[in-house]
Design a protein around this ligand. Structure first.
Ligand SMILES: Nc1nc2c(ncn2[C@@H]2O[C@H](COP(=O)(O)OP(=O)(O)OP(=O)(O)O)[C@@H](O)[C@H]2O)c(=O)[nH]1
Length: 662
């Protein structure tokens, strides 16, 4: 028997066993004998919980898992869906989580699949994918804070998917809770009938059992026919170091099964890989047209729990032997080999919205950095990586991210993985250059900005825009209008959620929310405002490139693309910052910022004048002059020798990160 298990499979088996041991229910009858073949779709409910950050999504998920006996009521089981081993391994890029549970209601046992959705706007493309696997959603609102910007954004995503929305007010145990006011907000903002709104405390458990009843009574079961050909929606993936990519799928029609091939017993099988070839179904990806063996499948209970099959209406995981998450396309349709079915609509790959250069501090560490990047992107297909070279920083990479949160988390993980500091250049958005001849080009790096001679052929520039939603108490109205106005925002709409809270819509350039927008939003409202946005495509704008020059030589890593109106302010700011990090040298240093070869800001660092005549005691003036002339020549030599000023790598760290290099 041991010959059947090669090393990776053995490690995988141990891993599975460990995860089962950490599940309080594994070992009990209920968990070990889950066979979902022929589970009727009318006894299944697929739902998600959507909410603004901190409104209690994970806490409610814990209570539901406890109430259904999926996890034990144990103080160690807190925020289980946030702390699953698989989720920790997935990191930030693959965030949706699924947990299946069983619940008996009116004498019937139901299979409830809770599909957790990532909350942050950077991952909203994934929220809609996850919602596509559900028929209903619990819209959770903090009974003290009320509706916030992400409540609005997530509501419209669920509404757009045509899901049944069950409104729930959470945290009613808090003294400041005001359920009546929140109900009014829900009616005003979403025209929801709030007569059936549930009022709960996910923390204490009050009212939570009614949530399970509402899921079963109000959310429709999945439609789907197990007897039809297979049609499965891929809505999430993560990377497992032992088996490769694990895919989360919602089976719309048909079934996928795992089990011995009829001929398996007749063949001499010596390797697990060979065994896998003889077991389970073969399925094809509509997107890539690649065909895969189903080597494992099951449900998340709440960790991976193998089952013999998955069928119409069910949600679970399948292992297909994919080596990296780049092979898996969220939104893809799987069908059984040779039985192509209609693909799900609206497949759209994640779009990078923010680009930044990444360089090792020590150029000798380039290979090590590449290695760390390869390992991290294995699990995160949404980060794009291209090699680039900078005159100032040497060899490095240009990375594309879904947003600034995505960029921050990735950079932090990279520093941990790579165990050294890296230099990130200032983030930029993808700009469009439209030429007079009708062609277009996307630029993701200031170095790609058209030079003077090319500018004559440029018809216009365009930048990506968003529709932003801000929600805040009325007393901050002036401050918020000022903030959006100073970030080139244009007001679209304004209304009141209740007698004191305002909801305001602005179109804003993405480049503006990369800067200090969030910090200002929080500081100007003491944290009382919330903000969310959706992309709305490109709008023409007037762009220029600001070049930073040291003694006339451009420092490519410090150039940036900005709106023409901001160029002077940005230029002055950068030369001042640069002056703060360049040390005085034996010659004068000119720090300049230029647009189209025209200098628009300048600072000067005076030379340190070495007193070369100090050793000349007494009055021989000709000897003094000789030494002073020699010094002057030395200065010239140093300028030409260096070809400009040498800036240590640490200075870039200070400039771009606002911290020292080590
Ligand atoms: N008093 C009270 N606190 C609650 C209740 N539900 C959740 N909390 C607290 O609110 C905070 C946020 O809860 P989470 O469950 O992490 O919220 P979340 O929506 O999952 O947050 P993110 O995952 O960060 O989006 C935690 O400190 C919880 O203990 C409740 O009913 N009453």
């Amino acid at each position: 028997m041991s010959s059947l298990l090669d090393e990776p499979m053995l490690r995988y088996a141990c891993n599975q066993l460990q995860s089962k041991c950490s599940n309080p229910l594994i070992g009990s009858q209920k968990a070990s004998n889950i066979d979902l073949s022929n589970y009727p779709p009318e006894l299944i409910r697929n739902f998600s919980i959507i909410a603004h950050i901190d409104h209690g999504k994970s806490t409610l998920a814990d209570r539901l898992l406890e109430l259904t006996g999926t996890i034990s009521k144990d103080s160690a089981n807190k925020q289980v869906l946030d702390k699953l081993k698989v989720e920790r391994e997935r990191g930030i890029t693959v965030k949706a989580q699924t947990a299946s549970m069983f619940h008996t209601h009116n004498g019937k046992q139901y299979l409830l699949n809770l599909i957790d959705t990532p909350g942050h706007v950077d991952f909203s493309y994934e929220v809609s994918r996850s919602l596509a696997a559900c028929q209903g959603t619990l819209l959770l609102v903090d009974a003290c804070q009320g509706i916030q910007a992400q409540t609005v954004a997530n509501f419209y995503l669920a509404f757009g998917e045509g899901l049944t929305i069950v409104p729930i007010m959470n945290k009613i145990d808090l003294p400041a809770a005001d359920p009546e006011k929140i109900a009014q907000q829900l009616e005003t903002a979403f025209e929801l009938d709030t007569t059936d709104t549930l009022a709960i405390s996910a923390k204490s458990g009050v009212g939570v059992s009614d949530v399970l009843g509402a899921v079963i009574d109000r959310i429709p079961p999945p439609e789907g026919d197990p007897t039809k050909p297979l049609r499965a929606l891929l809505f999430d993936t993560w990377y497992d170091q032992y088996v490769g990519v694990v895919c989360l799928v919602a089976i719309k029609d048909g079934k996928i099964k795992k089990g011995a091939h009829p001929d398996a017993s007749k063949l001499a099988v010596t390797k697990c890989a060979d065994l896998a070839k003889l077991t389970g179904d073969r399925i094809t990806s509509t997107h890539s047209q690649l065909s895969y063996e189903v080597s494992d499948l099951g449900i998340m209970y709440p960790e991976q729990h193998p089952c013999p099959s998955l069928q119409a209406g069910q949600v679970g995981y399948v292992v297909l032997g994919m080596k990296t998450t780049r092979d898996a396309f969220i939104g893809d349709t799987f069908y059984r080999d040779g039985h192509r079915t209609e693909a799900f609509p609206g497949f759209q790959p994640a779009k990078s919205m923010v680009f930044a250069g990444l360089y090792p501090i020590d150029t000798a560490d380039y290979a090590k950095l590449q290695d760390a990047l390869d390992r991290l992107t294995l699990n995160d297909a949404s980060v794009s990586v291209h090699k680039e070279t900078s005159m100032a920083l040497g060899q490095g990479f240009r990375l594309g991210f879904l947003g600034t949160l995505h960029m921050d988390v990735f950079s932090q993980r990279l520093e941990e993985e790579y165990e050294a500091a890296v230099i990130n250049t200032a983030p930029t958005v993808p700009y469009l250059v439209r030429y007079l001849d009708g062609t277009e080009r996307v630029i993701r790096n200031p170095a790609q900005f058209p030079e003077m001679e090319e500018l004559g052929r440029v018809k216009a520039f365009a930048e990506p825009m968003v529709n932003g939603t801000l929600i805040f108490p009325e007393r901050f109205l002036g401050a918020m209008m000022d903030l959006c106005g100073s970030h080139r925002g244009e007001q679209q709409d304004m209304s009141y959620l209740d007698d004191e809270r305002v909801i305001m819509k602005y179109t804003l350039p993405v480049a503006e929310i990369l800067t200090d927008f969030y910090d200002q939003l929080k500081s100007r409202t003491s944290g009382y405002a919330s903000f969310d946005y959706e992309e709305i495509g490109y709008r023409e704008t007037d762009l220029v490139k600001v070049n930073l020059l040291l003694n006339g030589k451009p420092v490519d890593a410090l150039s940036c693309i900005v709106h023409r109106d901001q160029s002077e302010r940005v230029a002055k700011e950068w030369v001042k910052r640069l002056k703060g990090v360049v040390e005085r040298q034996l010659f004068e240093i000119a720090i300049q910022a230029a647009v189209n070869n025209k200098v628009i800001a300048r600072e000067t660092i005076q030379a340190v004048r070495k007193d070369v005549t100090a050793k000349c005691y007494g009055g021989d003036i000709t000897r003094k002059m000789k030494l002073l002339n020699k010094q002057k020549e030395g200065k010239k030599k140093m300028k030409t020798m260096a070809g400009g000023v040498q800036l240590p790598q640490e200075a870039f760290m200070t400039l771009l990160h606002g911290k020292s290099g080590k």
